[in-house]
Design a protein around this ligand. Structure first.
Ligand SMILES: [Zn+2]
Length: 96
């Protein structure tokens, strides 16, 4: 067995690990809560990267995407917007 003693490789590895520093950012922004149309639980409304609202229900596993203007309008009428600490309050309220 031959041992690799290349200093160049070692150096580039160290450099790489320093460069790749992922920014901590939630993948999907939450804009509010709404009743799940399937099971009726209160669930979070997220915004996709394409700026469309969608619901990913953790209770019944339904995923609803709102892609049309009318569905978005109806959603916004039913949705309770959340900002900052309100999100935590609502999540605590859902616990049994
Ligand atoms: Zn549901």
């Amino acid at each position: 067995m031959k041992a690799h003693t290349s200093k160049g490789e070692k150096f580039s590895l160290t450099k790489n690990s320093m460069v790749s520093r992922p920014p901590l950012k939630p993948a999907l922004e939450q804009i509010g809560t709404v009743r799940c149309p399937v099971c009726g639980h209160e669930v979070a409304v997220h915004i996709t990267k394409t700026r469309r609202p969608f619901v990913n229900c953790g209770f019944c596993s339904a995923r609803i995407f709102y892609n049309g203007r009318e569905s978005m309008r109806l959603l916004l009428g039913q949705m309770e917007p959340v900002t900052g600490n309100d999100v935590l309050k609502l999540e605590k309220g859902e616990e049994r």
